[in-house]
Design a protein. Sequence first.
Length: 137
Amino acid sequence: MLLGLIEEHRGAFEYDWRTRFHLALDDVPEVMGWGEACRMVDILCADPSSCVGAAVAGWDHPMSREGLVLMDLFDLQHFSKVEKAPDPYKRPWPDPNVKHRGRTNLPREAVIAILARFGHGTPPGRKRDARGRFVKQ
């Protein structure tokens, strides 16, 4: 599990290892044993102010617990002073209400026609038949 986390978020681990422990990540296991490294990873994952904690949680950037409280206080104060409810202060985690781009139920030809209507050319790639399968060239 530890090696999988390191491979997935290597930059965050290297940064936190240098700034918090004053060691290179490559110093494991020579200077810091694997047991201690695993315990440190548990602590880093639970700390929202660490790059590792933010990366594992899927946040855009780390944020201290004090910063999180201040954002809540700012929102409460702001909401109490205006008539129309403003948008809350941007949090580092993904907004669950935002629709993500990606998949559609439209057929490929319909998507190409819509894109062409707005000035976009045909997508690059191999030719396809009417059922969307690749055609041998």
